[in-house]
Design a protein around this ligand. Structure first.
Ligand SMILES: Cc1ncc(COP(=O)(O)O)c(C=O)c1O
Length: 452
């Protein structure tokens, strides 16, 4: 039997091999890589789960030679599909440390140091958004989990405010441009969406929200979910107008800044977020544009006590935790056990400082603007919207929907870039999303060249 829990000479050797592999992964630019079918992978790896084990050396060989090349490098500077990732070197290194430390950071009792570090980051993010001192929350796995937990807290607050009475079905108001995870949260909560028509840029406005609430009835609405950076077009809702309507009608104001919240750091666009400071809950994903590894969403509440009332788990075996006044991250979302997923961001922020983050976000905004100009220079391309943040939507004149499908496959096959089409007002269009400060206009030109 292999000794799995002792540090043996074999473990020493495996440590060297794994650390060397991880070093190579962050020291040397990696190819984009490409997916493979399950059959191909099975054929190339052979049987990997066996009674006696393959040994670490062989398992690592299979990972590095077969599986890693079939796992896209989201941090490649030409990965411009969906929302990419671009973790800093320090954050990646500290992710290794967090795994090695086996830290449990659901409670202060077990994870005080890690929770303290996470709370430093959360307090800073709340301050950047203009939320009051005392705002707080926790890190969850991603924007989907963050939106769900925030909306569950909002519904609990609404039910409590009504003395426990609830309508037949609750509703969440949002523009139809809000991220799909809000609809997913509604389904999980057995609630409905009150869909508010967006304006010509795809934004939720205070005016449209008020009109929809008046026309469709607001008695069963408990929250409004606004986007601080929509995924499809990178536009910011009219946060100030929406906040005003929420305040007038006593509705919970949730802001989804999973993708765009990072740009609060950038002086060139900060003004566009005016109104975010009124949020009752707010999320931003460090694993997107705040340069942390997967998976990390910062979830913040204006009044954390309301979230605690919704999420705290009670049981005799948790009594000592709950009897303490210290901060238990498990109280602020739908989870209990949690890794210290916010600590890699803390380490990176402590290492490089706020200015480095601000500059990196501005660099991304700059390459986005250069991309918009480049598109306008090319006669076969047409810019759809002047970018507000770091998403560019554009069309290739003369292309049918299938052409966009062929385009992205060809670009990936040639390892020029990983891109995805999307749609705008029902039309299939091209979309690029930037979060990586290492992406240059040359990467973009190479991709646009595949559309000529
Ligand atoms: C605005 C927005 N909200 C929520 C999400 C969901 O985040 P996650 O994929 O981390 O669950 C995304 C993902 O792209 C997003 O862009």
């Amino acid at each position: 039997m292999r000794s799995m829990h002792e540090f043996t000479p074999e473990t020493e050797e495996l440590t060297r091999a794994v650390v060397a592999y991880a070093r190579g992964r962050i020291a040397v630019d990696q190819p984009l890589d490409r997916p493979a079918s399950a059959e191909t992978l099975a054929r190339r790896t052979g049987r990997t789960i066996t009674a006696d084990g393959l040994g670490g050396e062989e398992a690592l060989r299979i990972w590095s030679e077969v599986l890693a090349p079939s796992t896209l490098s989201t941090d490649h500077p030409a990965f411009l599909a969906f929302v990419p990732g671009a973790p800093t070197k320090a954050s990646v290194l500290f992710d290794l440390v967090i795994s090695a430390a086996a830290s449990y950071c659901g409670s202060w009792m077990e994870g005080a140091g890690g929770v303290w570090a996470e709370n430093q980051v959360l307090a800073w993010l709340a301050d950047v958004a203009g939320m009051p001192t005392g705002a707080g929350g926790c890190f969850v796995s991603g924007g989907t989990a963050g939106n769900l937990s925030a909306l569950v807290a909002a519904r609990h607050a609404a039910t409590t405010a009504r003395g426990g009475s609830r309508p037949a079905r609750w509703r969440i108001a949002a523009a139809d441009t809000v991220h799909s995870s809000v609809a997913s949260a509604a389904r999980v909560m057995d609630a409905d969406l009150l869909s508010v028509p967006h304006d010509e840029r795809g934004r939720l406005t205070g005016e449209a929200l008020a009109k929809a609430l008046d026309e469709q009835g607001a008695a069963d609405v408990f929250a409004v979910a606004a986007s601080a950076g929509s995924t499809n077009a990178g536009v910011i809702d009219d946060l100030e107008g929406v906040a005003r309507v929420c305040a007038d009608r006593g509705l919970w104001f949730h802001v989804d800044g999973a993708y765009g919240g990072a740009a609060l750091l950038a002086p060139s666009v900060r003004e566009r977020f005016r109104g975010i400071e009124h949020a009752d809950s707010y999320i931003v994903d460090p694993h997107k544009w705040l340069f942390a590894p997967f998976d990390a969403c910062a979830l913040l509440y204006r009044d954390p006590a309301t979230a605690r009332a919704a999420h705290r788990q009670d049981a005799s075996y948790l009594d000592t935790l709950n009897a303490q006044a210290e901060w238990n991250p498990s109280d602020y979302a739908h989870h209990l056990t949690r890794r210290a997923r916010g600590v890699p961001m803390w380490f990176s922020l402590a290492t490089y400082g706020i200015d480095a983050y601000r500059d990196a976000v501005e660099r991304v905004l700059q390459v986005t603007r250069e991309t918009a100009e480049e598109i306008q220079r090319r006669s076969e391309l047409e810019l759809i919207l002047e970018p507000e943040l770091s998403v560019v939507l554009f069309r290739r004149l003369g292309w049918e929907p299938e052409d966009y499908e062929t385009w992205w496959r060809r670009a990936l096959e040639a390892q020029i870039g990983f891109v995805q089409p999307s749609s705008w007002n029902g039309e299939k269009v091209a979309r690029l999303c930037f979060v990586n400060p290492r992406t240059t206009i040359d990467h973009v030109r190479a991709i646009l060249g595949t559309m000529a």
